[in-house]
Design a protein around this ligand. Structure first.
Ligand code: SF4
Length: 281
């Protein structure tokens, strides 16, 4: 049995949340730079240049990449041999969000209730927490600061098996088309296929954690990812929705077994400010 103190978790998660709000990942930066080289539209190139400059300034000056500092999502993979000590995991996680957003002066973007009390919680808590229990004594926390301009443009459909690959293609491309400029393109498109209604949504969110440039390990889905990316980039939405070819930097598909009667299909969109990181303890 390995002991991990909750104070240590809080400290490590705080540091990572501050970092991801200031430093865009090298995978995203390199995809933006590659987009700058291939974008045909002069306006699109200008937007991509500004996004890259913004990311450099944020990292250099310790400023937030975007004013929408997002809602924190944590995918926690906890080994069954771990004994958490010194408090509750939930309090460590929310404490880290509180500390990070205060320390780095990040905007608090969370309200208490979706309908009847939209007052700000004042510290960006609570985080959204997903837990996976695995063998072993490790603890991995994948973190995302998820902006909602893009979250709002996400979609889910319970497709019939007969709709097949074509149905999935239609859903993904139509979702990006309808979103237009709203999710702050160039976007990253996470697609979750399979499981149940809620599992598909989780898979689509997980897909956004995969480093850009890393295709699905299944060659059939890797080919579908590449083909969907090409279709999306023919829509003409372009950087910031001002026209051009670079509407999306990547399409990632994650899958799981599902029921004989369905293809649950979810599309979760991330903006170019795709802020994600990992804590391993
Ligand atoms: S969707 Fe992304 S880039 Fe757009 S405002 Fe929100 S965090 Fe910023």
């Amino acid at each position: 049995m390995r002991r991990i103190d909750c104070a240590r978790i809080r400290e490590a998660v705080t540091a990572e949340l501050v970092r991801i709000n200031r430093e865009i990942g090298p995978d995203v930066l390199s995809a933006l730079e590659s987009g700058l080289r291939t974008e045909e539209s002069p306006v699109g190139r200008s937007v991509l240049g500004q996004l890259i400059e913004n990311d450099h300034i944020a990292a250099r000056e310790g400023r937030a990449i975007c004013q929408d500092t997002g809602m924190v999502v944590a995918f926690v993979t906890l080994g069954q041999e771990v004994h958490l000590t010194g408090g509750s995991f939930r309090e460590a996680l929310d404490g880290a969000v509180r500390d990070a957003y205060r320390e780095a002066r990040l905007r608090n973007s969370v309200v208490r209730d979706p309908l009847f009390d939209r007052s700000n919680t004042g510290d960006n808590t609570p985080a959204v927490l997903h837990l996976d229990l695995v063998p072993g004594d490790g603890l991995t926390i994948d973190l995302m600061a998820k902006g909602f301009g893009s979250e709002n443009m996400s979609a889910l459909a319970m497709l019939s098996p007969a709709e097949g690959e074509e149905g999935v293609r239609r859903l993904v491309v139509d979702t990006v088309r309808k979103a237009g400029p709203n999710p702050c393109p160039p976007v990253i498109v996470g697609v979750g296929l399979g499981g149940t209604f809620e599992q598909a949504a989780l898979l689509s969110k997980k897909a956004l954690f995969r480093p850009l440039g890393e295709p699905s390990p299944d060659p059939r889905y890797a080919a579908l990812e590449a083909s969907l990316l090409a279709d999306i980039n023919r829509l003409g939405i372009g950087p910031a929705g001002l026209g051009g070819r670079i509407t999306s930097l990547a399409v990632h598909i994650e899958t799981g077994p599902t029921h004989i009667a369905s293809i649950p299909a979810a599309v979760n969109i991330s903006c170019h400010a795709s802020r994600h990181g990992r804590v391993i303890l």
